[in-house]
Design a protein around this ligand. Structure first.
Ligand code: HEM
Length: 465
C-alpha cells in the first residue's frame, strides 16, 4: 500500500506509515519549528502511533510512539538504529564530541564498558553524601528566604544545585573559581545549542566558524575544555587518585586491550556527563515540586513518609528502600513530564516497524512524552497519580510503555545516579520546606533540549519546622 503522500520516489510498492506532507518545499518543517511537541502530538492523534512526515522536498522523517515500536527500535533491532548522522546529534558534537551520548558502534561500546564502573551501585552510595550535603548547605539561605516571604525562582535554585552536584561528583570541584567558569560557560553553551536546534540551517551555520552563534558556542566550549584539560593534566602530573567520576574514568582500563582513555576521550565524556546529567534531573525536580503543590493529598502523604522514615535525620543512601512513595512520585513525574521527552535515531537499513516499512537512511523520532500519554496504557493520562507506580502495577503494562531513561543497550547510564539524587534531594527538601508555587503560574511546557516549564517555577518557601 502506498500512502496518500505525494512525491516519494520508491522503486517498489511500499507500506509507508501515513502522515502529513505539509506545504511547499519545507513540508512540515515550519510547524515543527514553531511548536515541536504540540505538532508531533497533534499529528499522532490524527494519523496514529506510526507516521511519516515530509520535512524538506521529498525527504521524510518517521515517528513511532507505540511500546512495540520502542522495543523494536531500542532493543530488538537496535543495531540498525544509530545516532549518527541524525542532525539533533550533530548539533551536540561541538560540545559532547564522541562522548557516550553521541558516539556509535564499537567506539561507543568500548567507552560504555569503560564508563560503567563509575556508575556502579557502591559508587552511587558514595555520591549520595554529596547529594544531601550540597542540598542541606542551601538551607540557611532558603530559611531566610522563607522568613522574608519573598518569591524566588525555585527552578534556578534546583538547576544550580544539580550543577554543583555534577561538578563535585565529576571532578570534586566546589562552586568556587573554576566551577563557576564551567557553570556559566556550560549554561551559555546549553542555551546556544537549544537555539540552534530550532533553526532549520543549524548544521550549515555550525560549519561557518565566524557565524555569531557558532563563534559563541565554540568560545564557551573552549572555556569548559580549558578547565577540564587543566584538571586532567593536574591529576596526571600529581598522580593523585580521587574517587570522583573523572578519577574513575581515568583509571578505567579496557578488559580486552588494557588501554585507558585519551585526554580527548576524557574531555568528551566529562562534558557529555555534564550535558546529560544535570539539567534533566533539575527539570524533573521542578515538575515534581509543581505537582506536589497542586496535589495537596500527594504532598501530605509524601511528607508523612519522609517524616516517619527520617524522623529528624538527614536522608542517606540506606533510606532509599523505605522512601517508596517518594519514588512513586518521581516515577509519575517522569511519566507525565519526561525530562528527556524525545529521542532520535537513524535507520541504517530498510526495516519494518509495527507493520510499516521505513527505507534505509531515514531519520526517526521516538517520543516518550506521547507514549506516556497513550490512554490504552495510561488511563486519564493528564491526571497526576503516583498510584500508577505502586508495587506490581508495571506488570500490567508493556515494558516500553514507560521509558523516561530510554531502553536497550543505550539506556541512560546515569539512571540510578539520577533516581538516587532525585529521591534524596526530594526527601531532604520536603523534610524542611513546603514549596508554594505562585497560584497564577500556568506551568505550560517549554520543550527545549529537555522538557522545561515555561516561566520556570516561581515559588515561596515555607518552613515546616
Ligand atoms: C532524570 C534524569 C535523567 C533522565 C530523564 C535521563 C534520560 C536519558 C535518556 C532518555 C537517555 C537515552 C537517550 C537515547 O537513547 O537517545 C539517556 C542517555 C544518557 N544519559 Fe541520562 N538521563 C538522566 C540523568 C542522567 C545523569 C544524572 C547522567 C550522568 C551523570 C546521565 C548520563 C547519560 C548518558 C551518558 C547517556 C548516553 C548513554 C549511552 O548512549 O550509552 N543521565 N538519558
Amino acid at each position: 500500500m502506498e500512502t496518500s503522500l505525494p512525491g516519494h520516489k520508491s522503486p517498489t510498492p511500499t507500506n509507508y506509515p501515513p502522515g502529513p506532507a505539509g506545504r511547499g518545499i519545507f513540508g512540515t518543517a515550519r510547524q515543527f519549528q514553531k511548536a515541536p511537541l504540540d505538532y508531533l502530538t497533534q499529528i499522532h492523534q490524527e494519523f496514529g502511533d506510526s507516521l511519516r512526515y515530509r520535512f524538506f522536498l521529498n525527504w521524510y522523517g518517521y515517528s513511532f510512539v507505540h511500546p512495540d515500536a520502542n522495543k523494536h527500535i531500542l532493543q530488538d533491532n537496535n543495531a540498525n538504529y544509530t545516532k549518527h548522522p541524525h542532525p539533533s546529534i550533530q548539533i551536540l558534537k561541538p560540545l559532547a564530541g564522541e562522548g557516550l551520548l553521541t558516539s556509535d558502534g564499537d567506539f561507543w561500546r568500548t567507552q560504555r564498558r569503560l564508563a560503567q564502573t563509575a556508575f556502579h551501585r557502591t559508587q552511587i552510595a558514595e555520591f549520595a553524601r554529596t547529594f544531601v550535603d550540597s542540598t542541606v548547605a542551601r538551607f540557611d539561605r532558603w530559611d531566610s528566604q522563607a522568613r522574608s516571604g519573598k518569591a524566588l525562582a525555585f527552578d534556578e535554585e534546583l538547576m544550580g544545585l544539580t550543577l554543583e552536584i555534577a561538578g563535585k561528583t565529576l571532578f570534586s570541584i566546589d562552586l568556587t573559581g573554576k566551577a563557576e567558569q564551567v557553570g556559566h560557560a556550560f549554561d551559555r553553551a546549553n542555551r546556544l545549542i537549544t537555539d540552534l536546534s530550532s533553526q532549520p540551517f543549524a548544521l550549515f551555520t555550525l560549519r561557518i566558524p565566524f557565524w555569531p552563534s557558532t563563534r559563541r558556542l565554540f568560545a564557551n566550549t573552549r572555556q569548559m575544555e580549558e578547565v577540564v584539560y587543566g584538571i586532567i593534566d593536574e591529576r596526571r602530573r600529581s598522580g593523585e587518585q580521587k574517587a570522583d567520576l573523572l578519577g574513575m574514568l581515568m583509571e578505567a582500563r579496557d578488559e580486552e586491550t588494557g588501554e585507558g582513555m585519551s585526554d580527548r576521550q576524557l574531555r568528551d565524556e566529562v562534558l557529555t556527563l555534564m550535558v546529560a546529567g544535570h539539567e534533566t534531573t533539575s527539570v524533573l525536580l521542578s515538575w515534581l515540586f509543581y505537582f506536589l503543590d497542586r496535589h495537596p493529598e500527594v504532598r501530605e502523604r509524601l511528607e508523612a513518609e519522609v517524616d516517619s522514615v527520617l524522623s529528624r535525620r538527614t536522608p542517606t543512601f540506606d533510606d532509599l528502600p523505605h522512601l517508596r512513595y517518594t519514588r512513586q512520585v518521581i516515577d509519575e513525574t517522569l511519566r507525565i513530564r519526561p525530562a528527556a521527552y524525545i529521542m532520535t535515531r537513524w535507520a541504517q537499513q530498510a526495516d519494518t516497524v509495527c507493520d510499516f516499512d521505513i527505507p534505509a537512511q531515514s531519520a526517526l523520532v521516538l517520543c516518550p512524552y506521547i507514549t506516556h500519554h497513550l490512554p490504552e496504557f495510561w488511563p486519564e493520562p493528564e491526571r497526576f497519580d503516583p498510584e500508577r507506580f505502586t508495587a506490581g502495577k508495571d506488570a500490567e503494562r508493556p515494558r516500553y510503555a514507560y521509558l523516561p531513561f530510554g531502553g536497550g543497550p543505550r539506556q541512560c547510564i546515569g539512571n540510578s545516579f539520577a533516581l538516587t539524587e532525585a529521591t534524596l534531594l526530594t526527601a531532604a527538601i520536603v523534610q524542611r520546606f513546603r514549596v508554594r508555587v505562585d497560584p497564577a503560574h500556568s506551568a505550560a511546557m517549554d520543550p527545549q533540549i529537555t522538557l522545561r516549564m515555561k516561566g520556570g517555577l516561581p515559588a515561596r518557601l515555607e518552613e515546616r519546622r
